[in-house]
Ligand binder design. Structure first.
Ligand SMILES: *Cc1c(COP(=O)(O)O)cnc(C)c1O
Length: 428
């Protein structure tokens, strides 16, 4: 009879996990859990599982360019350890405004008098409504009382901001006179009207909405949540005509020119920058937002401000088409995607005989431009390889349908094609 082997000590097992790269206290937790489960051998798998819960760079081969689960706009922003003039005025040597630098750049970009930045667009809408309409009424079209991205729901934002939502018009048609009569009602104390771009769905058929230009004829400020942060509908940073899939997407420059008193938009959708919310428009209204107590709670940190400033300067330099990763992906010609796909196929066909080049339809993503796609190309392989591709050192996120795996190369940086190839060669 052999005595049951004694479990290894927690400390010894934890030290055996050093090669996982995880900090010692985490290795101790994992070792203890493995021993408690009566399965010390599972420790290294558990360490691997834990590592996979951490934020990890991945290759996005889904063809969804702004993938919300993958951080929306891809971004490389490196910052050296150095003090920064986040709230310091170099000319006076005194305390400055955190909003001054990026504010002036966004104002210039949007053709607005002033601008400021908060943590995301949901925060921007919350702050604007709180600052302009707390305790008062805000008419919103029934067709624009929307939910975006899971938990941004216009009626709830309104409630949180302390304003009262006044439903205007119908789900499919809202006209200027609907707003006029809502504002004229004796029991309504309208502080502003809010126009919300229904970013993530589209109503077709017998529909009518009231334009910003029409709303600008009302006696109250017009606030437009344009959502995706397309800066200029003429897309001057891309060669040729604006891409067809952008038709119908509201843009900052045009919204301000049409008479919006304030606009709000996200920093990490079509703008292509870090997560942020931008508020741009009339100086007096931006000032009211800056003075509201919520502004302090919603302010971004120096890292986001620096990254936004960098992105805004690229736009002002007219280099967005070649220097902002999102617009670079948009601008890749179909022929070059097909060439890259052919090279990937050639490199993996010995392992995956079914690998072939296919035309695909890429999506802008992040709820921008619903229902529209842009022509794309990539690699199609029979069988579902998603799990194996995700398990690669640098995980590759693909899509599968009908037991076929598709890797759309429009959302893949050409420099990463080699990783896609290696992952496919490992996936069997
Ligand atoms: C995406 C979006 C939001 C939410 O923006 P976040 O930056 O994700 O907070 C709000 N309104 C509209 C119209 C949107 O498209």
């Amino acid at each position: 009879m052999t005595a049951p082997s004694r479990p290894p000590s927690v400390d010894k097992l934890a030290r055996s996990l050093t090669s996982s790269g995880l900090p010692h206290p985490i290795c101790v937790d994992i070792a203890r859990a493995a021993i408690d489960a009566g399965d010390p051998d599972s420790a290294s798998r558990r360490a691997d599982d834990f590592r996979r819960t951490l934020l990890t760079p991945v290759i996005n081969a889904t063809g969804v360019l702004l993938h919300t689960n993958l951080g929306r706009a891809p971004l490389a922003h490196h910052q050296d350890a150095a003090a920064q003039t986040v709230e310091f005025d170099l000319s006076t040597g005194r305390r400055g405004s955190r909003q001054a630098a990026v504010g002036q750049l966004f104002a210039r970009l949007c053709g607005a008098e002033a601008a400021m930045v908060v943590n995301n667009n949901a925060a921007a809408v919350l702050l604007v409504v709180a600052a302009l309409a707390e305790g008062r009424d805000v008419p919103v079209s029934r067709g624009e009382s929307v939910e975006i991205g899971g938990s941004f729901r216009v009626p709830e934002v309104m409630e949180q901001s302390g304003a009262r939502l006044v439903d205007v018009g119908t789900t499919n048609r809202t006209r200027l006179r609907d707003y006029e009569s809502a504002i004229a009602r004796p029991n309504v104390d309208a502080a502003m009207v809010l126009k919300v771009h229904p970013s993530n769905y589209r109503v077709e058929g017998f529909v009518e909405e009231t334009s910003i230009a029409e709303l600008a004829t009302l006696d109250v400020p017009v606030v437009a949540d344009i959502g995706s942060g397309l800066i200029d509908a003429t897309v001057p940073w891309m060669k040729g005509a604006p891409p067809a899939w952008l038709a119908g997407e509201p843009a900052a420059v045009q919204a301000i020119a049409d008479g919006a008193d304030l606009i709000t938009f996200s920093g990490d959708k079509l703008f292509g920058g870090p997560q942020a919310g931008i508020i741009a428009g009339r100086t007096d209204l931006v000032e009211r937002c800056l003075q509201h107590p919520l502004a302090r709670a919603l302010r971004p940190g120096g890292l986001v401000l620096a990254s936004l400033q960098h992105t805004a300067l690229i736009y002002l330099d007219r280099q967005a088409g070649t220097e902002i990763p999102f617009w670079k992906m948009v601008g890749v010609p179909l022929a070059s995607l097909e060439e890259r796909a052919a090279a990937v196929v050639a490199a993996v066909v010995a392992v995956h005989p079914s690998a072939r080049v296919e035309r695909m339809e890429a999506l802008p993503g992040a709820g921008s431009a619903p229902g529209v796609t842009m022509p794309s190309a990539g690699v199609m392989i029979d069988g579902d390889l998603l799990d194996e591709l995700r398990r690669h050192d640098t995980p590759v996120i693909a899509r599968s349908r009908d037991d076929r795996t598709s890797l759309d190369l429009r959302s893949v940086d050409p420099a990463d094609d080699a990783v896609v190839i290696a992952a496919l060669q490992d996936a069997t």
